[in-house]
Design a protein around this ligand. Structure first.
Ligand code: SF4
Ligand code: SF4
Length: 420
């Protein structure tokens, strides 16, 4: 299998064996048989290069959750997690298991679930059905599954808000919003909160039909599918990007995939528009009218705990939505600083990985209890699913709070938990 040029494999030889990556790896901390990013990446590639022939990757790469915490700390800037995902794809190139095929396509899964969401939610909460699914498909009976909503984000959006046609763009400020599969099928409230905010700022929102970003396909070793999605997404977005219209993301994993993985791991060449792919907080932070709009209203003072998703850390943007909240809200926001939540997208849904996920998540669970928070804030949908499962606390996206601050919320608002 050909090495993606964008990954710059030659860089692996810059590894100084400092082991900072191993020290950060959440899987290495709980599974002592996991060799860790250094051995699976640069060490393995050195052996392969020295032998002068192609050597099958170590099967332990399948236990890498693609959290990217190793890449964040590597002083030699070696794309360790991406090398692991490429090696996963090399391992399975002779055949992808049904489970990985299902988990690699959350948009298709969402479309299917949307045919009868009540039924899917019922079966997902039925213990006998989950045990059967574990036996037949290898999807853990104990893993958290997000609830499917009866109406998708787009259905709600088109019903409630007016979007403008493409040919009117010269008249107005506009952004393209990429909701991601979680907002589209599981928590449309996040996207509706954004439309509410942008509508009040008189910014038009465009919602072209885009595919899944490809991150679940990458993490399941299905690089082929990820590349197909990426090419289609870029083709759809190019007319907007050519007019310098930004694309904003409420999910950090989708953002990271568009911003980095498309050009590196998926090797998509061409014009680099990554500067137009923005985190929603990063975009809103620069909106002059935002702070005035938000400061007009007060919500009941809360005690929030904040979980920073690993993929948001990997973007290097900091926590822009939380900075806005600090500027406008009187609520306490306590950083959990408990590391990875453990779920890592579809990783923790797999029966053989679920114990790793649970062990990693213990830190987050303990910290939430210690903070005595009313609710937890996080930007990532699957982190929210895992945190709700671990702690039974309500988990919300920062946009939902910002949207409340922009309207006239009830002074007694409270938040409720939403996962099975
Ligand atoms: S991506 Fe995460 S799980 Fe994989 S090797 Fe790096 S730190 Fe470990
Ligand atoms: S952090 Fe980077 S340089 Fe240090 S051991 Fe890991 S890969 Fe090598």
């Amino acid at each position: 299998m050909q090495q993606p040029l964008g990954l710059q494999f030659s860089r692996f030889d810059n590894c100084t064996k400092c082991s900072l990556c191993v020290n950060q790896c959440p899987v290495s901390k709980v599974d002592w048989s996991f060799p860790g990013p250094k051995q699976l990446g640069p060490d393995w590639l050195r052996i392969e290069q020295g032998s002068g022939r192609e050597i099958a990757p170590h099967t332990a790469v399948n236990y890498c959750s693609n959290c990217k915490l190793c890449e964040n700390v590597c002083p030699s800037r070696i794309p360790l997690a991406s090398i692991n995902q490429w090696n996963k794809a090399r391992l399975i190139q002779n055949g992808l298991h049904l489970r990985e095929r299902i988990l690699a396509n959350p948009d298709r899964l969402g479309q299917f679930a949307h045919l009868w969401p009540q039924g899917i939610n019922f079966f997902a909460s039925s213990r006998p059905f989950r045990l059967l699914t574990e036996k037949t498909l290898g999807i853990s009976a104990d893993a958290p599954i997000p609830i499917y909503k009866t109406q998708t984000f787009k259905q709600l959006a088109y019903r409630s808000f007016k979007t403008i046609p493409f040919f009117d763009l010269s008249l107005s400020r506009a952004v393209v919003y990429y909701p991601g599969c979680y907002t589209q099928y599981n928590r449309p409230e996040i996207g509706i909160a954004l439309l509410n905010l942008l509508g009040r700022l008189k910014i038009h929102v465009l919602l072209p039909d885009l595919k899944c970003c490809g991150q679940p396909a990458i993490s399941n070793g299905h690089l082929h599918r990820a590349k197909e999605n990426a090419l289609e997404n870029i083709a759809i977005l190019t007319p907007y990007l050519e007019q310098s219209i930004p694309v904003i993301f409420s999910c950090p994993s989708c953002l990271l995939t568009f911003k980095e993985e498309y050009a590196t791991l998926l090797d998509i060449r061409g014009a680099d528009y990554s500067f137009l792919f923005l985190d929603v907080g990063e975009y809103l932070r620069d909106e002059a009218g935002l702070l005035n709009l938000l400061k007009q209203n007060e919500i009941r003072k809360h005690r929030f705990a904040y979980h920073e998703p690993c993929h948001l850390k990997a973007t290097g943007l900091g926590t822009p939505s939380i900075s806005i909240m600090h500027d406008v809200s009187t609520s306490d926001i306590i950083p959990l600083q408990a590391g990875c939540c453990g779920l890592s997208g579809s990783y923790g849904l797999k029966a053989d990985k679920n114990w790793v996920t649970s062990a990693i998540g213990e830190n987050v669970k303990r910290r939430i209890v210690e903070t005595k928070a009313d609710a937890v804030i996080t930007e990532c949908g699957m982190c929210a699913t895992q945190i709700g499962h671990l702690s039974h606390a309500p988990v919300i996206h920062p946009l939902e709070i910002l949207s409340e601050l922009a309207t006239s919320p009830s002074k007694n608002n409270s938040y409720k938990r939403e996962c099975l």
